[in-house]
Write a protein of this length. Sequence first.
Length: 163
Amino acid sequence: MNTISTPDLCDEHGDDVRVLEANFRHYGGKQHFWGEIVTIKCFEDNSKVADMVKTPGHNRVLVVDGGASPRRSLLGDNLARAAADNGWRGIVIYGYLRDVEELANMPIGIMALGSVPRKTEKLGDGRCNIALEFGGTTLYPGEHLYADLSGAIISNQPLTDTL
């Protein structure tokens, strides 16, 4: 996979891109990733995340709105491994994760607000493929996310043909 530069994409595309303003940290083994967005909204329950990462990812990026809750992890090593094995290019969590050491070696981009060792609830709650609002913008399924060490940006359409 080639790399992208979010600063260069911002310079080239100006107001056609939106910057994700939350203070995300990188946790996965890939620090440059991009793809079409699939969305999940859940709070302290990663049941929908677990279901989604077990489906073919087709080089897409899973974006999870966990309400920024620091009380429960929404991703750990087992689900991240499933996502990588099933062809997901990246996962962005507006929330927390765990198993940080293991995630760092996985061939997938992973961003989250932070880490917490406590596991998630398993209640089957959450909604998939809906608009999400966090980080100063609204993210829609089918849009495109580009991420690197400088941050993450969102576009209505693909910005590069290097996918």
